[in-house]
Write a protein that binds this ligand. Structure first.
Ligand SMILES: Cc1cc2nc3c(=O)[nH]c(=O)nc-3n(C[C@H](O)[C@H](O)[C@H](O)COP(=O)(O)OP(=O)(O)OC[C@H]3O[C@@H](n4cnc5c(N)ncnc54)[C@H](O)[C@@H]3O)c2cc1C
Length: 252
């Protein structure tokens, strides 16, 4: 769905957020746009610390509702941009799968792939060489004390991959509308709502590991399977067909 983003609303730190919304409304009104019936919400907030004696918050405000018929050039001149919500590809194919999709690794990439497959009815099998989040917490604590590395369950390997014990800085230089989709899914699984608006969201390891556990629980609740301590070794093929997946615990 289309919406507008009113950019560059500068306010002193401590000014109520509502002021940013009022200024956005006023800016649209100044273009002759009737603003009754439109909804205003904070889209992003960053810190402008270029002048040390006057540190400010820079807001972008999202405007939803019936979109005004103002030319893009006039909007741009007022620092207002048009935007659209990301559209996820619809599931393709109508034939049922006879074998579940197999995902190797439960890092951020595998986790989201498994979540979306599970939500679209293709209950996946996730193979993870390391242990669960709880096992990883114990292994990481033990490593700090003894310096003895468990080569399979550690700060890199196990549920959630390297993401679980990362700093939880949710920033990227990739400018893709799906980034916002990922953040919104994080909030659904326990991350604070502020990550949707802060320019540099940072949730820390404690919340991140909780989010990872909840995503894995959802995958399982939707019929998926997560096999810990199961290392993918190779694929078995017959001609061009994949007929088996070999792991260190046997073939699936
Ligand atoms: C200390 C640290 C801090 C970080 N901080 C941040 C941060 O703040 N913000 C940020 O955006 N990024 C951060 N990163 C980077 C981020 O964690 C990675 O970019 C991200 O985890 C990569 O995701 P991935 O799914 O591609 O791979 P991985 O997270 O590496 O996941 C791969 C998974 O596959 C499993 N696996 C591997 N081989 C096999 C096999 N043969 N069979 C079965 N399972 C297997 C592994 O055990 C692992 O769980 C940090 C990384 C580290 C190490």
């Amino acid at each position: 769905m289309g919406f507008l983003i009113v950019n560059r609303i500068s306010l002193p730190v401590g000014a109520p957020e509502g002021e940013a919304l009022s200024l956005a409304r006023r800016r649209l009104s100044s273009l002759g746009v009737p603003t009754r019936g439109l909804s205003f919400s904070v889209y992003r907030r960053s810190v402008d610390a270029r002048r040390k004696k006057d540190i400010r918050f820079l807001y972008s405000v999202a405007v939803t509702g019936e979109m005004p018929t103002v030319s893009d050039a006039r909007l741009a001149a007022a620092d207002i941009a048009r935007a659209t919500d990301p559209v996820l590809p619809e599931p393709v194919g109508t034939e049922p799968l006879f074998h579940p999709p197999v995902i190797v690794g439960s890092g951020p990439a595998g986790l989201f792939a498994a979540l979306l497959l599970a939500e679209h009815g293709y209950a996946p099998v996730v193979l993870e060489r390391g242990g669960s989040v709880a096992e990883r917490r114990r292994a990481v604590a033990a490593f700090s004390g003894t310096h003895l590395l468990d080569p399979e369950t550690n700060i890199q390997f196990g549920a959630g991959g390297a993401g679980t014990f990362s700093d939880g800085k949710l920033i990227t230089r990739v400018n893709d509308p799906l980034c916002r989709y990922v953040l919104s899914r994080f909030t659904e699984f326990g991350a604070p709502e502020e990550i949707l608006t802060l320019a540099k969201p940072h949730i820390g390891t404690d919340i991140l590991s909780l989010v990872v556990e909840r995503i894995l629980d959802r995958i399982v609740a939707l019929g998926g399977e997560v096999h810990y301590h199961t290392k993918f070794l190779s694929c078995r093929t017959a001609g061009e067909r994949l007929v088996g997946v070999l792991t260190d615990r046997g073939e699936i």
